[in-house]
Write a protein that binds this ligand. Structure first.
Ligand SMILES: Cc1cc2nc3c(=O)[nH]c(=O)nc-3n(C[C@H](O)[C@H](O)[C@H](O)COP(=O)(O)OP(=O)(O)OC[C@H]3O[C@@H](n4cnc5c(N)ncnc54)[C@H](O)[C@@H]3O)c2cc1C
Length: 388
């Protein structure tokens, strides 16, 4: 088997590495310590390269980047610890608007998203529906020429810095749940919106957002009335390569190897001299290679025009479950020193391992929980009976 990428993809990797060397260094992460996972200068630089619409086809106004190039951009950014959240939300929302948006949205909002001036957020999850996203209950009702929106969304990450939310609403409660959904792009400066912070144990800030008689013209509708599920499929199509954290572990493992090699114990030995420590670190590196294989396989399928399903679930499941284990084991290996947080100047590598340990559980929740992904693998790959 030949695992190498075509030369033009490797050339793009070199370009991305050079871009990151010029536009990102870890000190820029200081602005994320309040829990907002966004580095404005980096986002602006990505926009200037034209990479925010990279994977969207050229005929729709995107960059026409292949899925292999998208995964390489995603990989290199994660290896450098550059946040990918704002890029992922922007690419997916712009792609949705380019495919399903009204002329008004294509002419006004898309250019602002792509040149990095405007930010958006996802409004799918609600207090009573998350995994079962099609059960969304936030109501949109037609009143003359306008839509009136009422409801609440949970976990609207980045809402507090975003200009818009792409909102999943129920427009017909009397048909099967997938068939009564409609998307809107809602400007956050519309009257009737409230944003409340939701802090997390990972330091990351998310939000609860509330919509009280929010009025919008039909220009803000995205896709057909009751055609929300088709729009959702477009979102999933573009998630390949740009969303998800397939390469979250390497910086943590690297920091763990660094600590184990350079830390001297009271008896003069180093943790790396302990075969049990070496075995843990080597097993973690093997997981990274397996995960890379899964991720590249998905990108390869997408490159050939296939819409992957269960392969995406396998990748997400493996990436987040092994990330949780790597963080736990490396943190455990560090003993008391692992407890030093990023606020302390003594923290090893800026407290990266301790922070990653707190962040790792959520990676098995957002973007589809591990239980849901296990169900998908069980049913779609192993042929086990449906659990629901
Ligand atoms: C920090 C953070 C940021 C987020 N950001 C966003 C965002 O920006 N926009 C957005 O829309 N959403 C966001 N989410 C929401 C996220 O996608 C949901 O939390 C996730 O889909 C799970 O939904 P839920 O929380 O309602 O849990 P539930 O769906 O209620 O699940 C509860 C538990 O039951 C299990 N479960 C549910 N159904 C099944 C089943 N059929 N079989 C087996 N087990 C099952 C789940 O795995 C889980 O363990 C974010 C969440 C977090 C924590």
């Amino acid at each position: 088997m030949d695992f190498s990428f075509p030369p033009e993809v490797e050339a793009f990797r070199t370009e991305v590495k050079a871009f990151l060397a010029e536009n990102f260094d870890e000190s820029m992460l200081d602005v994320t310590h309040d829990g907002t996972m966004h580095v404005p200068e980096l986002h602006a630089a990505l926009a200037a390269e034209g990479w925010l619409a990279g994977p969207v086809p050229k005929e729709l106004g995107g960059g026409g980047r292949t899925a292999l190039e998208s995964i390489v951009l995603n990989e290199e950014m994660q290896l450098a610890r550059a946040p990918i959240d704002a890029m992922g939300v922007t690419v997916i929302t712009a792609a949705i608007l380019m495919e399903h948006g009204s002329d008004h949205l294509k002419e006004t909002v898309v250019p602002a998203l792509l040149n990095g001036e405007a930010l958006t957020s996802f409004g799918y999850t609600e207090p009573e529906s998350g995994s079962d996203v099609a059960a969304a209950a936030t109501k949109a009702v037609k009143d003359g020429d306008e839509w009136v929106i009422n409801g609440a969304k949970m976990w609207t990450t980045m809402a507090h810095i975003a200009d818009y939310v792409i909102l999943l609403t129920r427009t017909d409660p009397d048909v099967p749940k997938h068939k009564g959904l409609t998307f809107f792009l809602v400007p956050f400066d519309s009257p009737g919106i409230e944003i409340q912070p939701v802090p997390t144990m990972a330091t990351e800030r998310s939000n609860a957002t509330f919509y009280d008689d929010v009025r919008l013209s039909d220009d803000w509708r995205v896709g057909e009335v009751n055609g929300g599920w088709a729009v959702m499929k477009t979102a999933l199509k573009y998630e390949r390569g740009v969303a998800g954290g397939q390469f979250m572990s390497p910086p943590v493992i690297d920091a763990g190897i660094d600590w184990a090699t350079n830390h001297e114990r009271a008896d003069g030995t180093r943790p790396i001299d302990d075969p049990a420590v070496r075995e843990r670190l080597i097993r973690a590196q093997i997981d990274v290679e397996v995960c890379r294989g899964f991720a590249y396989h998905c990108a390869d399928l997408a490159n050939e025009g296939a819409m992957f399903g269960v392969e995406g679930s396998m990748t997400k499941l493996f990436a987040s479950e092994t990330f949780k284990r790597h963080c736990r084991e490396i943190h455990d290996m560090m003993g008391a020193e692992g407890l030093v947080t990023l606020e302390s100047p003594e923290a090893h590598r800026g407290g990266l391992i301790e922070e990653a340990l707190r962040h790792s559980p959520v990676t098995a929740i957002y973007g589809g929980t591990s239980e849901i992904n296990r169900n998908m693998v069980a049913e779609g790959f192993l042929g086990l009976p449906r659990a629901r």
